[in-house]
Design a binder for this molecule. Structure first.
Ligand code: ADP
Ligand code: MG
Length: 490
């Protein structure tokens, strides 16, 4: 009797062990299958995102010819509208004195004060004050007047505390706007005007008139010459430092380019004929689109579910607003189809735009042995815990593919622009880049620089100098104020 029990026990234990072994084997096989499927998703994504040099050149050439076309037609036929957005002398590098600027951003503005010493000497004594815009002004559709009154009052206060006792009568106030179109609250009347500023430079002049009335009313003895997009301010900054400065690129949340064009190249009708000075064209390259772009299924769905489907396609590859979102979409597919994070799909991974580019950059640039930063970010952002180092490595790899593609496309865009200007083989060109993405995402910046180097080779790449902008956010308004003041003297 006892024996039988013993035998039975042995038999059941053996069966359990056997069953467990089968389960473990099945589980292993299943997880290997999933793992391989995950690898396949990643490889396909990397393949679809690839940007070999030949492809970059095709894209650069396409951009150059679209630019040409946009300068000739009045906009409907080319995907680049090539807005002539500023005719005025830009800095010579000789400007000196204390200058003031306003940089209007989404929900706040900066008052900036800085000193220039001429002779291309660096900008110094930069002071910034960030002023939040009261929400009743932001939401009121007819509130430009209130906004300008508010700015004038704040500026008057600032000058009375920090300012010079006397400001020359003909001093200009630089005024730049850097509201990314995607961020502006749609209901706001101010946003509608700002958005149209990106479409028409006469709007900028009108706005300047309104601002000047407010400045006068509140006793500020400065005048705004024109309200411009801040990329133009960055170009002005580039010109102060170098005559070879030909373009400025904004690379933050969104992206934009302003460059110097010779008026003879522009054959489409203009709202006003270029006066003396230089002609700045806003490329609006966020809108660049081409079948040559390395589009993946993730870009297609991102675009379709965006607030502007079909619009600003180039920006959706390179803007800081989108990079993390592309990564999230790839990870979500790997979680759903290959159980990257275990049997359940982490719910937070389904939240659009939850992964921001600074966090993506931190994961991407994680050099710790076990990807501890990736581990921490996955926990903090998506509440995903218990990941293995192998899984974390995959996450970092996805970030790498997205950042590399975006950065190399920016490089191709810059080469295309310089090619359009006919400067690649015989002239030095300085390109100023401003924006958090370029400034803070080191690997992105490195990929950008190396793509230009790969495209041009060691000899020609010396002709294209890419620099970080001087003076930081909003400083372009100072350089505009300086050149406009100088202009007023002459
Ligand atoms: P904006 O377009 O709002 O003027 P900025 O030029 O200030 O933006 O840059 C902010 C953007 O830069 C952020 O939205 C983000 O996309 C990107 N960014 C900022 N810091 C980092 C970082 N450390 N790593 C990667 N991207 C960053
Ligand atoms: Mg910025």
């Amino acid at each position: 009797m006892r024996k039988e029990v013993a035998v039975a026990v042995v038999v059941t234990t053996a069966a359990t062990v056997l069953g467990a072994a089968v389960l473990v084997r099945q589980w292993k096989r299943r997880s290997e299958r999933r793992w391989r499927h995950g690898q396949r998703i990643l490889r396909k994504f990397a393949r679809d995102s690839a940007t070999p040099v030949a492809k970059l050149w095709h894209i650069a050439n396409q951009l150059a010819s679209d630019m040409q076309e946009g300068l000739m037609s009045s906009g409907d036929h080319s995907n680049l509208s090539m807005l002539v957005s500023y005719h005025a002398p830009l800095p010579t590098g000789e400007e000196g004195g204390i200058y003031y600027g306003i940089n209007l951003r989404g929900t706040n503005f900066l008052i900036i004060r800085a000193r220039l010493d001429g002779k291309n000497e660096p900008i110094t004594e930069i002071r910034r004050k960030e002023v939040p815009i009261p929400s009743q002004i932001m939401v009121n559709p007819d509130s430009t007047k209130e906004l300008f009154d508010f700015i004038a009052i704040e500026l008057a206060k600032y000058i009375s505390v920090h300012g010079e006792t006397e400001i020359a009568r003909d001093k200009k106030l630089g005024f730049t706007v850097s509201i990314p179109v995607v961020q502006a609250p749609l209901s706001s009347g101010v946003a509608v005007k700002w958005n149209s500023l990106f479409v028409d430079d006469t709007v900028g002049k009108e706005l300047a008139k309104e601002i000047n009335q407010a400045l006068e009313k509140h006793g500020v003895e400065m005048q705004v010459y024109a309200v411009v997009n801040d990329t133009i301010g960055d170009l002005a900054g580039g010109r102060y430092y170098s005559k070879e400065s030909v373009a400025a690129v904004t690379l933050g949340m969104g992206t934009d380019v302003a460059y110097l064009e010779s008026p003879q190249q522009i054959s489409k009708p203009l709202s006003e004929s270029p006066k003396s000075g230089e002609t700045v064209v806003n490329l609006q390259w966020a809108n660049f689109n081409s079948s040559l772009l390395p589009l993946t299924e993730f870009d297609v769905s991102l675009d379709a579910q965006s607030t502007n489907p079909g619009g600003r396609i180039f920006e959706k590859f390179i803007g800081g607003m989108y990079l993390g979102e592309i990564v999230r979409r790839v990870l979500l597919k790997m979680a759903q189809e290959a159980a990257l994070f275990g049997d359940c799909v982490p719910p937070k991974l389904k939240t659009p735009y939850l992964l921001r580019s600074p966090d993506m950059a931190a994961m991407h640039q994680d050099t710790s042995e076990d990807y501890e930063v990736v581990d921490e970010k996955l926990k903090d952002i998506f509440e995903i815990s218990n990941t293995t180092p192998m899984v974390r490595e995959i996450v970092a790899e996805v970030c790498d593919v997205v950042a590399e593609r975006g950065a190399r496309l920016v490089g191709a865009g810059i080469v295309g622009l310089v090619k359009k200007l006919g400067r690649i083989s015989n002239k030095k060109s300085v390109i100023t880049i401003e924006g958090g993405l370029y400034e803070h995402y080191r690997v992105f910046r490195n990929y950008l620089h190396s793509s230009v180097w790969e495209m041009l080779g060691s000899e020609l790449s010396d002709n294209v100098v890419i620099e970080h902008s001087h003076g930081g956010s909003g400083a372009g308004s100072i350089f505009l104020a300086a050149s406009q003041t100088q202009n007023a003297h002459s």
